[in-house]
Design a binder for this molecule. Sequence first.
Ligand code: CO8
Length: 258
Amino acid sequence: MTFETILLDKQEGVGLITLNRPDALNALNSKLLEELGEALLALDADADIGAIVVTGSEKAFAAGADIKEMSGLSFADVLKKDMFAEINSVFARVRKPVIAAVSGYALGGGCEIAMACDFIIAAESAKFGQPEIKLGVIPGIGGSQRLTRLVGKSKAMDMMLTGRMMDSAEAERSGLVSRVLPTEDMLDGAMEVASSIADLSAPSVALAKEATNRALETTLAEGLLFERRAFHSLFATEDQKEGMSAFIEKRQPQFKNC
Ligand code: CO8
C-alpha cells in the first residue's frame, strides 16, 4: 500500500502509522483521514499484527482538522459529505488495540483522533487542546463527547469554551493520557507497550477492549453481564489453558491466539 500523507510500518507484531504532513503540522485533510482509515482497517485485518500505534512528529501529533481545506465550505457541503463521520466509524470497527503516541501539539481534530484511540501515551512535550471555539466552530470528530468522558464535565467545558492547551502533566493528572514518557523515549516506549500487548492472547485482548468500551456505552448491570459472559467464553480457548498452566509451571506462556 502506498500513501501520500501517512507512513505505514510493521515491527514485531505492531503496526505503526505515522501522520506525515510536516509542512502543515499534520493537519488532518480529507486525504489524510481517508488514508488513516484505510491503514487502520488494513492493520486490523492483518493476522501478523496484534496492536497498532498512531503517532505524528516530534512537533505535532496533529494540529487539527485542515483549516485551509475547511474554511470555504458551506453548511450544505459539510452536511452532504457528513464530514468526519467515516473516521469515527473506522475507529469503532477496529478490534485490535490502538495506542496514540503523542508528542507536541494534539489540537482540535488531532486531540480527537488521539482520544478515538484506545489509550494515549504522551511525551513530556505533548500539548492537548480543543481550540475550535476560537475559529467559530466546535469539535467535530468527537471532542465534546470523548473529552467529557475522559476528564469530566468541568475540565472539558474549560478546555472547549476557552480553547486553552493542557500540558502533559495536567493531561496525565486529568486521566486524558495513561502515561507520560520523556520526549526522546516516547515512541520507543509506546512501541514496547504495543509489542507487549501483541504478545498476549488475541482473543482475550479483543474481549478486554470490547468489555472496557462497554463501560462507556451501557448500564453497570449490562456491562457486568457482558464482562462475565466474555470472561466465561475465554475458557473455550486453548490460550486460557496455556496461560494458566504457564503460571502454575512458572514459565512464559506461548499463546496461539485460539
Ligand atoms: N490546518 C491547516 N494548516 C495548519 C493547521 C491546521 N489546523 N495548523 C497548522 N497549520 C499550518 C500553518 O498554516 C503553517 O503553514 P504555512 O507555513 O504554510 O503558513 C504551518 O502549519 C506551521 O504552522 P505555524 O506557523 O502556525 O506553527 P507555530 O509553531 O507558529 O504554531 C500551532 C503551532 C499553535 C499549533 C498553530 O499552528 C495553530 O494554532 N494551529 C491551528 C490549531 C487549531 O486551531 N486547530 C483546530 C482546527 S479545527 C478542528 O480540528 C476541528 C474542526 C471541527 C469542525 C467540524 C465541522 C463539521
